[in-house]
Ligand binder design. Structure first.
Ligand SMILES: [Zn+2]
Length: 328
């Protein structure tokens, strides 16, 4: 009798006071956009402990010490149209900051202490937090203490703080340490091994977040070489007329030294009017290039032109785009 009583008592103690395992929240994709179409993953979390850079798939889609994920828009026009940023998981708003202008850091210089620009921090409990940085001025629609459900809108993608292109810098932290949501609190999958793990993402988010080692951000046919900064390419240049040069320009990401690039322009009659190939010496995180030629003596024939760009690595195409332009 006594023994039975003690046994049930001790069991109750275990269930009441035993350590409950910390379960990380599952994070949904924090932007209302489609990766590869209306937005791109430009940078991932850096896993290189030294001065180098290495993303979770052993690629170079990061910069030294980058602690979050950059989800970017291709153009300023898309930013102005408004792309909502949403809570990745349910939680309570911890902090917000608004009032920082949407100006490229290249134009106005650094802003010490306000690198994140307009931002929201959400507490998810058990030491888990998410931060949403570089939001559009005046777009933050939540306040500290407010409870949010997963997927609730908190603001818009912007250009505030330390950034040169419109994007969301999304950081996951656990007890103040940055965590790569593609990896979670476990260890990295070794290089060369396929990584099926979904990390901390919900199954839906994981499906939309496939790893793209390279992508074309923007491209076009124009009569002048456009400026490299996204903010200065607004509106993007177009073809001026039959007597002006014709240039195919490309802004890509993830290009590597040794990659082959090919620029082709096809005329209204289907004939190739320009074709140029070259090897990339050093791509870096973003790669801006153009190729073209002067108008023929008789001028460009009127009609629709096709600009075609392809980036190859080891024979396989890793990024490509087709764009069109009209000679009136
Ligand atoms: Zn970033």
């Amino acid at each position: 009798m006594m023994q039975a009583f003690l046994l049930s008592f001790s069991l109750a103690m275990v269930s009441l006071q035993g350590p409950s395992p910390t379960v990380a929240p599952a994070f949904g994709f924090p932007v209302e956009c489609t990766v590869g179409q209306t937005c791109l993953i430009q940078k991932l979390v850096d896993h290189d402990p030294g001065p180098g850079r290495r993303d979770y798939r052993c690629g170079l889609l990061t910069t030294d010490g980058h602690d979050g994920i950059d989800i970017r828009l291709r153009t300023m026009a898309e930013m102005r149209a408004g792309v909502p940023v949403v809570a990745a998981a349910a939680g309570t708003v911890l902090r917000t900051r608004d009032g920082e202008p949407d100006v490229s850091v290249g134009e106005r210089g650094g802003r010490a202490g306000k690198d994140a620009g307009n931002a929201v921090v959400i507490d998810h409990g058990d030491g888990w937090q998410t931060q949403y940085s570089h939001l559009r001025q005046g777009s933050i629609g939540v306040r500290p203490g407010q409870r949010l459900g997963a997927g609730e809108r908190i603001g818009l993608i912007g250009l505030s703080g330390n950034t040169e292109f419109p994007h969301l810098h999304f950081t996951v932290r656990h007890h103040d340490a940055a965590i790569d949501p593609f990896v979670g609190t476990g260890s990295l999958v070794p290089c060369g091994v396929a990584a099926p793990a979904t990390g901390l993402w919900t199954p839906t988010a994981a499906r939309s977040l496939g790893y793209a080692p390279a992508a074309v951000i923007a491209a076009g046919l124009a009569s002048i070489a456009p400026p490299k900064p996204v903010t200065d390419r607004d509106p993007p240049p177009a073809l001026a007329g039959p007597r002006a040069p014709m240039i195919l320009w490309v802004d890509a990401m993830g290009a590597r030294a040794g990659d082959q690039q090919r620029f082709s322009i096809v005329g209204p009659d289907g004939r190739v009017v320009h074709d140029q190939q070259s090897e990339i010496a050093d791509g870096g995180l973003s790669w801006f290039a153009y190729s073209g030629k002067r108008a023929p003596a008789t001028g460009w024939p009127r009609g629709r032109y096709l600009g075609r760009y392809a980036l190859r690595r080891g024979g396989a195409i890793v990024a490509k785009i087709d764009v069109h332009g009209i000679i009136k």
